[in-house]
Design a protein around this ligand. Structure first.
Ligand SMILES: C[S@@+](CC[C@H](N)C(=O)[O-])C[C@H]1O[C@@H](n2cnc3c(N)ncnc32)[C@H](O)[C@@H]1O
Length: 260
């Protein structure tokens, strides 16, 4: 039976349970540091640059960048829960990161404001129509300064297809188990995630769907939005061991520039 997914699933999935189920990837400081190392290597970043961490969740990359002296980072995300975590972490650490609520496709941010826009941690391809990905890339173009750079980090669609795993489960600790059922459909993965706590019972039973990008498809999307100097890097993983980490290992990193 086809997994039924609501088109706006992404508006509710990213909550406190997500921080538990995806902790192996998004709450591990070593992984975040390795990802930020890759960002700093791929983009011509300078300390005074303005950086937008689009769909930045709890702002783990911006917090790490701020620790490294990049003092003008803004996180935009739709999840109030994650933004609140980010604000509180920034306050505790005394780091200057701004957290803004908004939709990446219509951010409300000012034109030509950022030197760099980052879309990290597989945060593109959540809406059912690929034209919505284009709307997000056009929004990135609008908010970038002329000559500014974008970096997109998504799971590599070629590897997802090769290693597709329809059923996966992992234990968070000795209480919580995460089970995922997946269906692969052309360039789309539908998934059902069931999270069970041995003491409390069912914590989550929710479905979602993510577009997977073949390198040439992502390159075409970025080009269609008007970017130039599009470069791809395949094979990046911040995880040290092989394993089923949802969609977070075997990544495709794309950089591009807004024309002057
Ligand atoms: C897998 S999480 C990754 C978060 C962060 N980039 C990281 O690597 O930790 C995806 C994030 O994208 C956000 N998101 C997805 N679609 C969005 C949209 N249209 N506008 C704003 N945020 C969005 C979600 O709320 C979620 O926080």
């Amino acid at each position: 039976m086809k997994i039924d997914v609501k088109p706006d699933w992404w508006k509710t999935l990213f909550d406190d349970v997500y921080l538990v189920t995806d902790a192996r990837s998004v709450c591990d400081d070593d992984i975040t540091r390795r990802e930020v190392d890759a960002v700093c290597k791929l983009l011509p970043m300078a300390k005074g640059h303005t950086i937008l961490d689009l769909c930045g969740g709890q702002g783990r990359h911006s917090l790490e960048l701020a620790k490294r002296g990049y003092g003008h980072c803004t996180v935009l995300d739709y999840s109030h829960v994650l933004l609140e975590h980010g604000r509180s972490n920034a306050l505790k650490a005394g780091l200057p990161v701004d957290f803004v609520h908004g939709d990446a496709a219509d951010s409300g941010l000012q034109d030509q404001t950022y030197d760099h826009v980052l879309i990290l941690g597989n945060s593109l391809g959540y809406m059912p129509e690929s034209v919505d990905d284009l709307r997000i890339m056009q929004e990135v173009m609008r908010v970038l300064k002329p000559g500014g750079h974008v970096l997109i980090d998504v799971t590599d669609g070629v590897v997802v297809r090769e290693k597709f795993n329809p059923n996966a489960w992992h234990e968070i600790d000795d209480r919580i188990i995460v089970c995922r059922q997946r269906q692969l459909e052309e360039d789309y993965i539908r998934a059902r995630e069931v999270v069970i706590c041995k003491e409390q019972g069912l914590m989550r039973d929710q479905t979602y769907a993510i577009r997977i990008f073949l390198p040439e498809v992502l390159e075409a999307l970025v080009g269609k939005a008007g970017f130039v100097e599009i470069a791809m890097q395949r094979g990046f993983s911040a995880h040290e061991k092989e394993g089923d980490y949802g969609f977070m290992n075997h990544r495709l990193l794309v950089t591009a520039r807004r024309p002057e």
